[in-house]
Design a protein around this ligand. Structure first.
Ligand code: GUN
Length: 299
């Protein structure tokens, strides 16, 4: 069997085409959706990711506001900037690019973003909402994977799903979202013994480990759906995922390529969440001035 390709670029383009109508509808109500982007330091990878996000905003009619800090920024400076963005009615989303330098407490920074503008979905409230299956802003990468899976037309309910990687950004929220869809979910991580014993049982295998070549042909069940979240740059400059694509595609029924699979969807879902946030504010479903989440009335 040679797998069918799940084309993330194509789906992302299709979704972004629909964003224009929503931006125009917001414009008739006097709202221009706005996203604040905070970048700390000069990591080349983070700069590329942030540049892609800003470009996607421009293309979609979302106004972006970039704020850069040096790598040695004091945590209080970051918190002050976020507090200002929280109060700024032109910002419907606030994103802090991760990772952050060691002098900064990541949790404290993420918890300082008002829940109604947490378009990355990393605030504890949104994480908790994901646990009970009621999230406002699903985290962008797993959200994109969910839509990619839907394009295969295969229902995940009852399927054995194995997620490789247990990060807060991808693995854990991915597992929760698929559990909500009634999949039987296993999470594997760096300490998992005999990874292949788990992956071979997967009807759906989602790999987000950041290790090129981690998933080899013999680790994949015949006919599995394989989603590769990895983005790794090899010494020769090539970008590859975590899955040995050329051989695994001969076993799988569906597979995402790298590049052109999950990557374009992550940025697209960020725009989706930002538009959703702008619509919530315009509809009076979000609160200005922002309230701490424990004072927000149930809705
Ligand atoms: N770093 C790697 N992925 C992400 C992401 O989805 N959002 C943010 N803010 N930082 C990241």
């Amino acid at each position: 069997m040679s797998a069918r390709i799940i084309d993330g670029k194509h789906l992302a383009r299709r979704l972004r085409g629909r964003f224009r109508e929503r931006v125009m509808a917001l414009a008739t109500r006097g709202v221009v959706p706005g996203l604040a982007v905070i970048l700390v330091g000069d990591s080349p990878a983070s700069q590329v990711y942030v540049a892609n996000k800003v470009k996607a905003c421009e293309e979609s009619g979302v106004r972006s506001f970039m704020h850069r800090f040096p790598a040695d920024v004091a945590e209080t400076e970051l918190l002050d900037r976020i507090a200002a963005f929280n109060l700024d009615a032109a910002m419907h989303g606030i994103l802090v690019q991760l990772p952050l330098p060691p002098q900064v407490d990541v949790r404290r920074v993420l918890e300082s973003i008002v829940v109604d503008k947490d378009v990355d979905g990393f605030h504890l409230y949104n994480v908790g909402a994901l646990v009970v299956g009621n999230s406002i802003f699903p985290p962008c990468t797993p959200y994109g994977v969910q839509l990619l899976l839907e394009t295969t037309g295969i229902d995940v309910a009852g399927k054995n799903v194995v997620v490789v990687g247990a990060s807060n950004i991808v693995g854990k929220p991915m597992a929760l979202m698929l559990l909500q869809k009634e999949a039987t979910v296993t999470i594997c991580h760096a300490k998992t013994r005999d990874l292949a014993r788990h992956t071979i049982d997967a009807d759906i295998l989602v790999v987000a480990a950041g290790k090129p070549g981690l998933i080899k042909e013999e680790m994949v069940k015949e006919g599995a759906i394989v989603i590769d979240v990895g983005i790794n740059r090899l010494p020769d400059g090539r970008i590859v995922g975590d899955v040995d694509f050329d051989v695994v595609r001969e076993r799988a029924s569906w597979i995402t390529p790298v590049p052109g699979g999950v990557g374009p969807m992550t940025v697209t879902m960020l725009i989706e969440n930002t538009l959703r946030s702008a619509e919530r504010f315009a509809n009076g479903e979000a609160f200005h001035p922002p309230q701490p989440f424990w004072q927000v009335p149930a809705r």
